[in-house]
Design a binder for this molecule. Sequence first.
Ligand SMILES: Cc1cc2nc3c(=O)[nH]c(=O)nc-3n(C[C@H](O)[C@H](O)[C@H](O)COP(=O)(O)OP(=O)(O)OC[C@H]3O[C@@H](n4cnc5c(N)ncnc54)[C@H](O)[C@@H]3O)c2cc1C
Length: 424
Amino acid sequence: MNPTQTPEEVVQEQAGDATDKPLFSLELTQDQKDVKEWAHGFAEGVIRPAAHEWDEKEEFPWPVVQEAAKIGLYGFEGVAQFFADESGLTLPIVNEEIFWGDAGIGMAIMGTGLAVASIFGQGTPEQMGEWIPQCYGTEDDVKVAAFCASEPDAGSDVSAVRTVAKYDEANDEWVINGQKAWATNGGIANVHVVIASVDRELGSRGHAAFIIPPNTPGCSQGSKVKKHGIRASHTADVHLDDCRIPGNCLLGGKEKLDERLARVREGKRAKSQAAMATFEASRPIVGSQAIGIARAAYEYALDYAKERRQFGKAIIENQSIAFDLANMALEIDAARLLVWRASWMGRNQVPFNHAEGSMSKLKSGQVATWVTERAIQILGGNGYTREFPVERMHRDAKIYDIFEGTAEIQQLVISRAISGVHIK
Ligand SMILES: Cc1cc2nc3c(=O)[nH]c(=O)nc-3n(C[C@H](O)[C@H](O)[C@H](O)COP(=O)(O)OP(=O)(O)OC[C@H]3O[C@@H](n4cnc5c(N)ncnc54)[C@H](O)[C@@H]3O)c2cc1C
């Protein structure tokens, strides 16, 4: 330090050009605040009032998704706009608000995003331009998309995928055969993105992602799954029987696939694996959905605890209830900070050296499951009934310990990343 400099000059010199742009801020921009308020308004006015009905019906809430499309919350342009935010925060902010409204309907609105993330992550610019709009349809003719990686015998172990894609050179077509399990929007989707093996000997390194265009013969819905939670979201098996698709439906193109397979066969590292690349990018967003559920349950329980009187006083005046609420608020904020960090890292291509994406998803799932359980406890008998929403929120929250990589798989990914040891 030059002894003639004032502290302000030292700070300015060290910060360089960045002085007019804070290096670190947790304050949302006006745009982010506006988007948050807009999404919250839709969640409060349209989603929440419909939540109980669609949960009970266990059907896909097309009218609500159409409403979302009308205001630009569901659709290609909206998602492109949320993604454009360089901080990476707009997407998790919007997801948190929507899932605060209701997780089943939230998944009906946001489930298409997983297929879109795959096309965005692995497709060529032409493929993105052709298929992403078809995933959403239009305001007047809303469509959804499905991402199909899991199979009956390939859940956590993605390398066990048995669905096979064979190239028919004479017709420049891929022929896909297999059965997919648990696909969100499976069978009702306009566009299915399917992970299939092009070389089974290579395990997950021999996988590729394919677009199944609308109404392709051989692609059909299997059993629809009856679920514990997120019941407004459609989940089903997808059957692929001699399903023929044009050669250019291989995401990324054949040349790139052949190059990658050649590298793997030579014993070199493949740059990315199809399903893994999709999950990596989407984990913090999934985390933000869990936070939305947790916040909804926490807010409901907080209001209830102030209103409900036992032994002549509001139940919040008991430390055990108040401390639970304090810890619920604390855990939700902690999880959100992890989600925002990982979203910022993902958007700005900062490598996830310590599996920060997995950390954010793991923590958010744990927080959502715990907070919603505590919310039931704070509501007592009422919490256990379907007359009060925290029961639904608890059922909805549990999926966040399971899909997009179970809690154990996230721990595996994190422990490998922090240790460099191939922990099993
Ligand atoms: C509602 C819902 C929606 C879904 N949506 C989609 C979708 O859109 N697309 C899609 O492709 N998939 C989807 N899935 C599938 C989901 O991703 C899988 O269920 C999940 O990956 C877990 O796989 P599994 O169910 O086969 O469990 P398993 O892999 O059989 O795991 C069972 C248990 O064993 C544990 N376990 C497994 N391996 C290990 C290990 N090595 N170390 C420690 N513990 C381990 C797991 O953590 C878990 O607790 C969905 C699932 C559900 C329930």
